[in-house]
Design a protein around this ligand. Structure first.
Ligand SMILES: Cc1cc2nc3c(=O)[nH]c(=O)nc-3n(C[C@H](O)[C@H](O)[C@H](O)COP(=O)(O)O)c2cc1C
Length: 199
């Protein structure tokens, strides 16, 4: 597949199951390659991952469910529960964390850029998430990006021994693809890209 074909095949896929088309080992190695090769501002490498599969994946979605139960009105919870069950049916979830110590140290080391480092960390995190999402798509593994942080942060850190100074930024659910959603409406590229060239 060309790079463009790979990024075209990346979608937010919610209908996932626990049957991966390749081994768990290949998935983990791919994720490790991606984190090493993804660029970060100042080469800060502040992003860290916790990959949960099988029972740990189910445990995460039980934590999210229990947390949301305290937040969502009882008569509106059925649709939330359906969503939780849908995520739980997948194979795994990647938790994305920023190491706040690394970011705070850089603010001290480079005071000229101190107001930029949170943004740099966010951009680096976005690149990592995008690269992993695309790499999974190339392996024909479906995924969607979720944000139940900060509601679940404390429970997650306690359950998987994550340092307190790690900041949870997203959860990427992944698994075998049940069905691919309908295409989404996209603006024409010419509305978003302006080119100046003297050629
Ligand atoms: C930074 C970012 C945050 C997102 N957050 C969520 C989210 O919390 N929940 C969700 O279901 N989808 C989330 N999405 C998915 C977008 O809604 C989706 O990528 C977009 O509508 C385009 O659809 P596609 O991914 O199928 O191409 C997020 C996407 C991005 C890039």
């Amino acid at each position: 597949m060309s790079y463009i074909d790979i990024i075209k095949s990346r979608r937010s896929i919610y209908d996932l199951n626990d049957q991966l088309p390749i081994s768990e080992k290949v998935v983990i190695n791919t994720i490790k390659h991606v984190i090493v090769e993804s660029p970060t501002a100042f080469n800060m490498q502040s992003s860290h991952l916790v990959v949960l599969m099988n029972d740990d994946h189910s445990k995460l979605w039980q934590i999210v469910t229990d947390t949301l139960k305290k937040e969502v009105a009882e008569d509106k919870f059925a649709s939330t529960q359906a969503k939780m069950d849908m995520f739980s049916k997948a194979k795994g979830t990647i938790l994305f964390f920023d190491d706040r110590h690394v970011i705070d140290q850089l603010k001290k080391d480079f005071p000229l850029y101190k107001d930029q480092f949170d943004m740099f960390a966010d951009h680096s995190m976005g690149l990592l998430q995008g690269n992993i999402w695309n790499a999974l798509a190339e392996l024909k593994i479906g995924a969607s990006l979720q944000h139940y942080n900060p509601l679940i942060d404390d429970e997650v850190k306690k359950q998987w021994n994550v340092p307190e100074y790690y900041h949870l930024t997203a959860q990427m659910v992944f698994g075998g693809i049940g069905s691919i959603p309908e295409p989404k409406e996209k603006l024409d590229a010419d509305e978003r890209v302006i080119v100046y060239s003297n050629v």
